[in-house]
Design a protein around this ligand. Structure first.
Ligand code: ADP
Ligand code: MG
Length: 235
């Protein structure tokens, strides 16, 4: 894959929930691209389809129609096993609530995803330490999530999302449970990751205070991505 291959390329993607008269079209004919080195913010009101769209991109949900190419690969052509590998090695996921495993320490939480990818034990420990240090969590390595602040937990979640060196980071309302200062810090950390290592980052957030941290904003409303609105928002 070269730098001109989009990390995400959706073409006319739709997603319906339910069937018959009760069908809800959560995503309606969305086409979009995210290139390496780009941080894109997907914004819009609650219920506009952001989480559904992000779940499709993360291959957690199959679209009803349309095509999804990730890093140049057609996701419809992959087996379930290949999709699971893709999620483990190519994507890093960050959620609103850090979703750490409560019985494991920060160190163990970060190591786990690398162990699942069958990385060498020594490499796993070294990288987990490096990542936690980089996110100023050196003093929290041996603490479980219950002994950390919400901001610290979210930084552990970012460290975990990076553990397998993913090409793409997908974050759903990553600042939703943070105060605005910590939220901004988390976004700037995500931006730094985009810049320094040529990753792609797609963040879904209804928090308009984060607009200034993104390279590009996509505005969603009623399942549609309205680029016109997005352009207006940027100026
Ligand atoms: N599992 C589901 N089953 C049925 N409807 C759903 C489901 N998930 C989301 N929806 C509906 O799809 C629409 C988009 O929801 P969502 O993607 O969660 O939006 P957002 O993340 O922007 O708040 C909403 O109308 C929501 O009620
Ligand atoms: Mg949502």
């Amino acid at each position: 894959m070269n730098q001109n291959t989009p990390l995400i390329e959706l073409t006319l993607v739709s997603k319906d929930y339910g069937s018959g008269k009760l069908t809800v079209r959560a995503v309606n004919q969305v086409s979009l691209k995210v290139m390496p080195g780009e941080m894109v913010l997907l914004s819009g009101p609650s219920g506009s389809g952001k989480t559904t769209l992000l779940s499709i991109v993360g291959t957690l949900l199959r679209p009803t129609s349309g095509t999804l190419f990730m890093a140049g690969k057609d996701m419809a052509a992959l087996s379930l096993k290949e999709l699971a590998e893709m999620r483990l090695r190519t994507f890093g996921f960050i959620f609103q609530d850090s979703n750490l495993i409560s019985s494991l320490t920060a160190f163990e939480n970060v190591k786990l995803v690398m162990e699942l990818a069958h990385a060498n034990t020594e490499v796993v420990s070294r990288r987990a330490t490096e990542l936690l240090t980089r996110f100023h969590l050196g003093h929290r390595v041996n603490n479980p999530p219950s002994q950390m602040s919400i901001g610290e937990r979210q930084r552990v979640a970012i460290a975990r999302a990076l553990a397998n060196n993913p090409k793409l980071i997908l974050a759903d309302e990553p600042t939703g449970s943070l105060d605005s200062k910590t939220g901004r810090e988390v976004m700037l950390e995500l931006k730094e990751l985009t810049r320094s290592e040529g990753r792609g980052v797609l963040v879904a957030s209804h928090d308009v205070r984060l607009f200034s941290t993104a390279d590009r904003i996509l505005w969603m409303e009623d399942g549609r991505v309205e680029s016109k609105r997005a352009n207006e928002l940027l100026t």
